[in-house]
Design a protein around this ligand. Structure first.
Ligand SMILES: C[S@@+](CC[C@H](N)C(=O)[O-])C[C@H]1O[C@@H](n2cnc3c(N)ncnc32)[C@H](O)[C@@H]1O
Length: 218
């Protein structure tokens, strides 16, 4: 399966869901994010943009909230919502998770909800999160992990990945990829019991951590 095939399946599924009201989240990342006035925030896989709008409100006119998504439908919906509210401190970026179009050390807070499981190269995504965060910058991510190995037949199936289960990795793999990227202070804030999704059992977690360094000042 090529990167393009995976991206097309994601674009197709989420383009259709952009105008629906169904819940696409798998945890409470935004509730724990605690964005502060003046901060720069980034939501990876921002979907309809609702978390970006909340971040924009929290950081105020001296801060900025970016959403990143690969689906045109989701990006259109988000931009319309931001325009309706007259927000000027938001931006929506079209990009895959593995290539964040922001400079090194430019972001105070990364959030993401139910998205990183879709990425083909999750190590690259965590490495990008590390790159864009400022020293001392933090992240809060809700995502799913696989309780059992995803059967080979589905692991590269673009539709099954877009349905938010076949791209999932086991819990130990998930946490070790975050640590290998150089992120630290990992804290599993919430975690669900296993549940059925697609052909496997998954669980959801909300994970917080930071990029080491910085003065720790608020
Ligand atoms: C399950 S939805 C979650 C949306 C939103 N975070 C929420 O909680 O409502 C996943 C979102 O991630 C986006 N996405 C999936 N894979 C992606 C990738 N590789 N690069 C960028 N965006 C991706 C999808 O287009 C979709 O909008």
């Amino acid at each position: 399966m090529g990167d393009t095939e995976r991206t097309q399946a994601i674009d197709q599924r989420y383009g259709t869901l952009a105008e629906s009201a169904c819940c696409l989240s798998c945890g409470g990342a935004i509730r724990y994010a605690e964005a502060r006035p003046g901060e720069v925030c980034l939501d990876l896989g921002s979907g309809r943009g609702q978390d970006v709008l909340r971040l924009a409100e929290a950081v105020g006119p001296t801060g900025h909230a970016y959403g990143l998504d690969v689906s045109d439908g989701m990006l259109d919906k988000s931009r319309r919502s931001a325009a309706k509210l007259g927000l000027t401190n938001v931006g929506f970026l079209k990009s895959p998770l593995e290539r964040i179009p922001l400079p090194d050390a430019s972001v105070d807070l990364v959030v993401s909800n139910c998205t990183i499981n879709h990425a083909e190269d999750k190590a690259a995504v965590w490495s990008e999160i590390h790159r864009v965060l400022k020293a001392g910058g933090r992240f809060v991510v809700s995502d799913i992990y696989a309780i059992e190995d995803v059967p080979e037949a589905y692991r590269t199936d673009p539709e099954a990945i877009a349905e938010c289960w076949a791209g999932a990795v086991r819990r130990d793999t998930y946490l070790s990829q975050v640590g290998a990227a150089g992120l630290a202070g990992l804290d599993v804030i919430e975690e669900s019991a296993p549940y059925d999704k697609g052909r496997i059992q998954v669980a959801s977690l909300t994970l917080a951590g930071l990029k080491p360094g910085g003065c720790g000042c608020q």
